[in-house]
Design a protein around this ligand. Structure first.
Ligand code: AMP
Length: 172
């Protein structure tokens, strides 16, 4: 059903480093019907009664913000270190080499808010897990995680909490 979208991805070998096959979404974004369809189809998989989508910098902003506007819910950016101007909550997570962190403005979410985490790709799941942790730190209930692309061989969904359903359009 989503083969039309898969055709709009570009595989870039050895980016950002040797051995990584990078899934480039920019051709999909450039295609009016493809971009709209990706936003509408991924939104349609989400549960009703959401308060906000939490988008992960940077490509999660593109899909997450468009989906939030489409669904009529709020959008909360989860940003890389030291990008947000006011007080933040922070979650640090391990990378293959070293560590990284995600930050969200304090009190972006209220206790009991129903939220979904959005990013373009789930690979190992570490980034998405950090975004889930951040939303929970603020008292939100994470009722799902949504990705345009899942790299299933890395089993990122296995790293997310069992009670967070994972929604994806394209699996490789
Ligand atoms: P991970 O934390 O391993 O799940 O990595 C997810 C983050 O890295 C997402 O923000 C993705 O945008 C990016 N990412 C990881 N692997 C790829 C890939 N093969 N192609 C494009 N983006 C990727």
């Amino acid at each position: 059903m989503n083969a039309d979208l898969a055709r709009l991805l570009r595989d870039v070998p050895d980016f950002p480093k040797p051995g990584i096959l990078f899934k480039d979404i920019t051709p999909l974004l450039r295609d009016p019907a493809g971009f709209r369809a990706s936003v509408e189809r991924l939104s349609a998989l989400l549960p009703a009664g959401l308060d906000a989508l939490v988008g992960v910098e940077a490509r999660g902003f593109i899909f997450g913000a468009a989906m939030a506007a489409h669904l009529g819910v709020g959008f909360v950016p989860a940003r890389k270190k030291a990008k947000l101007p006011a007080a933040v909550d922070r979650v640090t997570y391990a990378l293959e080499y070293g560590e990284d962190c995600l930050e969200m403005h304090r009190e972006s979410l209220r206790a009991g808010d129903r939220v979904v985490v959005v990013d373009d790709v789930i690979a190992t799941g570490g980034t998405a897990q950090a975004a889930v942790d951040l939303a929970r730190m603020q008292g939100a209930t994470v009722v799902g995680a949504a990705f345009v692309i899942e790299l299933a061989f890395l089993n990122g969904r296995g790293r997310l909490p069992a009670d967070v359903p994972v929604h994806t359009l394209l699996t490789f």
